[in-house]
Design a protein around this ligand. Structure first.
Ligand SMILES: [Mg+2]
Length: 230
């Protein structure tokens, strides 16, 4: 029997909106603000450093507050940049919230879901960053709803995050839902733990089969059309 999905729960960063592009732009502006070298090497070093912090947050080794308060202090120290890390964190979030770049095919995906599949955003980002980006991109109106972990009170992959989402969506049926995301640790593992079908968006072809096995893997967003039958 062909599976008919009715709910698409899509991650935001690097699934629907290009977080990497937004982050690079914001870090570049921040480095310039502090009179530091704003070259690709430094920007990429920050990205990698930040990813390691988010992974620690997913493993509950640090809190969201610790992540926010210390990321620039530590990064500035590592790279010998003069500046107040706490002030930099606030400035960075402001720059980041002003950017919204789409992933190729994301706008078309949302259009094609209209009237057929309910489309929801599920994101682990910070409220003060994600809400302005949802607004700047028009996603706040284009999606049927959005769930930002800071507001929910739990981060993906915590089951309580998904429980909150499921109970908030009208007539939700987990059997007819698909989680779409680029993160194995947050999106795929969270979806699988809740018994929901999962689709990994593996844009860079980085996935290696491991303990967590997504039901579907796509490297372009349009490839989900045949899964959703839209
Ligand atoms: Mg993501």
């Amino acid at each position: 029997m062909i599976k008919r999905y009715e709910f698409l729960l899509a991650d935001l960063d690097n699934t629907i909106l290009d977080f990497t592009a937004a982050e690079h732009k914001a870090v570049e502006r921040l480095l310039l603000h502090y009179g530091a070298r704003a070259d690709a090497e430094t920007v990429n070093a920050y990205s990698a450093f930040n990813v390691s912090l988010w992974e620690r947050l997913e493993r509950k080794e640090i809190t969201r507050k610790q992540l926010r308060d210390t990321r620039f202090c530590d990064f500035f120290r590592l790279y010998g940049i003069e500046g107040d890390g706490t002030e930099a964190a606030a400035l960075y979030e402001q720059y980041l919230s002003e950017n919204a770049f789409w992933i190729d095919g994301a706008q078309e995906l949302i259009q094609r879901c209209k009237g057929k599949i309910k489309f929801y955003i599920i994101s682990n980002g910070m409220a003060r960053v994600q809400f302005p980006r949802l607004e700047a991109s028009g996603l706040d109106k284009a999606a049927d709803g959005h769930f930002i972990s800071e507001r929910v009170g739990y981060n993906k992959p915590d089951k309580r995050f998904f429980d909150y989402v499921f109970s908030s969506i009208p007539c939700f049926d987990p059997e007819k839902a698909l989680v779409l995301g680029d993160s194995i640790t947050a999106d795929m593992s969270g979806g699988i733990a809740c018994g929901i079908d999962t689709c990994l968006f593996d844009r860079r072809g980085k996935y290696h089969a491991g303990r967590i096995k997504p039901m579907y893997i796509i490297d372009e967003l349009y490839k989900i059309y045949s899964i959703l039958h839209i």
